[in-house]
Design a protein around this ligand. Structure first.
Ligand SMILES: NC(=O)c1ccc[n+]([C@@H]2O[C@H](COP(=O)([O-])OP(=O)(O)OC[C@H]3O[C@@H](n4cnc5c(N)ncnc54)[C@H](O)[C@@H]3O)[C@@H](O)[C@H]2O)c1
Length: 252
């Protein structure tokens, strides 16, 4: 006996998926057969590697440039999805900006929190039709306080709040809403904070209970589970993809 996750004929929108964890989520969902929409604030040329990789492994991806902190732009992004595909089954609220990119607290709130709310609410009608799935990428730091940025931790906490809010309000429509809380994933976000990949590995050498840092695939695989039939009874849940930091602690 074997289990299969088949997302053929499903359409998935992943915000901030031009690179990093979002790009890997898009790639894993495409491997399972989903048509993925790559959304980013970066120009298409900057996302070309992600788009090319995905077209090798699954249905052709579709790119939409949109700043999710602008609700009018989000509305037209979802309108485009409706016109082009006629459906939307999955959204992954993944896009983020951090203080290391020079963003102000207000800008971080606008992208990290309001952006996720705009994408969710403007997708509601389509998700209701498909009994869709929403996954919000939060952060284990919300639950542990282990981060240097109050702006980051509080805006990610906002996304956690939205996850529980929409899980409660959309359950009656059969829309499942869950959160994934990664920690210490090697992407540009962490490289900006520590200066290099080597510096990240050095800093966390003795701090990860499982003995290694995280990679985008670790998070993407858990997102796949949450959008699949394997998690049909899960909503309002948060899954930690942190190598045990949250529940075991890092002093080993
Ligand atoms: N890397 C980690 O260690 C880590 C840990 C915990 C949680 N996370 C979470 O994982 C998610 C992905 O993080 P990452 O490390 O891949 O970050 P990243 O900075 O590498 O990628 C973020 C992406 O979001 C895009 N983006 C920024 N502003 C946008 C906007 N206004 N509209 C649309 N797209 C926009 C960026 O262009 C970029 O492609 C985030 O939600 C982050 O908070 C990451």
């Amino acid at each position: 006996m074997s289990y299969e996750i088949d997302l053929s004929n499903q359409v998935a929108l992943i915000t901030g998926s031009g690179k990093g964890i979002g790009a890997e989520i898009a790639s894993v969902l495409a491997s399972a057969g989903a048509t993925v929409i790559i959304n980013d604030i970066m120009d298409e040329e900057m996302c070309i590697e992600t788009l090319n990789n995905i077209s090798q492994i699954g249905p052709n991806p579709y790119y939409i440039k949109c700043d999710i902190s602008n609700e009018d732009d989000v509305k037209s992004m979802i309108e485009t999805v409706k016109e082009k595909f006629g459906r939307l089954d999955i959204i992954v609220n993944n896009a983020v900006i951090s203080v290391n990119s020079g963003a102000s607290y207000d800008k971080m709130f606008a992208v990290n929190v309001k952006g996720a709310a705009y994408v969710t609410e403007n997708s509601y009608t389509l998700l209701k039709e498909s009994k869709g799935k929403i996954v919000n990428i939060v952060s284990a730091s919300v639950f542990m306080g282990r981060t240097e940025s109050k702006e980051y931790v509080s805006t990610k906490a906002g996304v956690y709040g939205l996850s529980m809010f929409y899980a409660k309000h959309y359950a009656k429509d059969g829309i499942r809403v869950n959160a994934v809380a990664p920690a210490v994933v090697v992407t540009d976000l962490m490289i900006k904070r520590y200066g290099s990949k080597e510096a990240i590995l050095e800093h966390y050498k003795y701090k990860m209970p499982l003995g290694r840092v995280g990679y985008p695939k670790d998070t993407a695989n858990v997102v796949l589970f949450l959008v699949s039939h394997m998690s049909d009874m899960l909503t309002g849940e948060v899954l930690f993809v942190d190598g045990g930091r949250m529940h075991i602690g890092h002093n080993i």
